[in-house]
Design a binder for this molecule. Structure first.
Ligand code: MN
Length: 321
């Protein structure tokens, strides 16, 4: 049985499991009111933020994303997860690990700082759920995950953009070229990787399977999910969700919005159906609060992140985590 702590679970909770009792409008903000901790013992999932936006090509602001997603998560811990009907934290041990330390004034140190942050968490056996930050963060995260789980990984990539535009500068901080580098370095296997929601042009997708946004709209969310499950199978897979996969109507607060995207309902359905997969890591990136309206983008990101935790909870109960 968990302790009945009323308020400020972010620093008063010491149990890894159990629900929180909070006034939604008050108290210290952590992701889903989980305890802030750097103690990884017994932890299934460490949620952390990576407050970077130096790699953006258009609008900045994603450095403020982790704080906004934490704030947007406040309503969800007070009820069982929908439509699951369980509290994911009854079985899944989750902490808020805080944010990765980066030095924005020494940009070339940042990829190493992110990879080191990830290696520390992964070495404990915990899985990572990372809140961005711009999408560049996924590149050092993939390196650390490939070291832990073996390369190449399969990539499940929700985005308006492919992020495989050519870039042979090993030091560039660019949120549009990470997966070009990841394929070239063998971090990800294009044949068993998939990009969902694309609606920007590129001459070369480097062999990655593409389910573009018009295909999702024409064939529906269930057919999209089934294609993803078929492409990825049981291979170790990293799930990355750029919030600009969603249409700007659902996610205006992002750096490079593109019309014609998925709805939050479509995206939640697809992520919810990922229980059969072997997910080794996951992130939600590119929330830019200065361009958000009524926190709608941060809310969508928080819901998607919780949905990922619910999938991991199912895997834990099934003995597959
Ligand atoms: Mn994008």
């Amino acid at each position: 049985m968990h302790q009945e702590i009323k308020g400020d679970s972010a620093f008063r909770r010491h149990a890894l499991h159990g629900a929180s009792h909070e006034n939604t409008f008050a108290g210290a903000l952590s992701f889903m009111r989980r305890n802030y901790s750097r103690n990884l013992e017994g932890v299934d999932v460490a949620v952390s933020g990576i407050p970077l936006d130096l790699a953006t090509t258009f609008r900045p602001g994603a450095r403020l994303g982790p704080a906004a997603v934490r704030a947007a998560s406040v309503q969800m811990p007070n009820l069982k997860a929908f439509p699951w009907g369980f509290d994911p934290f009854d079985h899944l041990a989750v902490i808020d690990y805080g944010d990765c330390w980066i030095d924005p004034h020494n940009p070339l140190t940042i990829p190493g700082a992110i990879a080191g942050h990830a290696r520390t968490i992964l070495a404990s056996g915990a899985k990572m759920l990372t809140l961005g930050g711009d999408h560049f963060i996924t590149y050092p995260l993939l390196k650390a995950h490939a070291e832990k789980y073996g390369k190449p990984l399969s990539l499940i990539h929700f985005d308006a953009h492919c992020d495989t535009w050519p870039d042979d500068n090993p030091h560039s901080l660019n949120h549009g070229t990470m997966f070009y580098k990841a394929v070239k370095e063998g971090l990800i296997d294009p044949a068993t990787s998939v990009q969902i929601g694309l609606r920007t042009w590129n001459e070369d997708f480097m062999g990655i399977n593409v389910i573009d946004a018009p295909w999702v709209h024409a064939h529906g969310q269930q057919a999209t999910l089934e294609r993803i499950l078929d492409i990825v199978g049981q291979r170790p897979a990293y799930l990355t969700f750029d919030i600009d996969c969603l249409d700007p109507a659902f996610a205006p607060g992002t750096g490079t919005p593109v019309a014609g995207g998925l709805s939050s309902a479509q995206a939640l359905h697809i992520v919810r159906g990922m229980t059969p997969l072997n997910l080794v890591g996951m992130d939600v990136v590119e929330v830019s609060p200065p361009f958000d309206n009524s926190e709608v983008t941060a809310l969508a990101a928080a819901h998607l992140a919780v949905e990922m935790l619910c999938v991991l909870r199912q895997q834990k109960v099934a003995g597959k985590l």
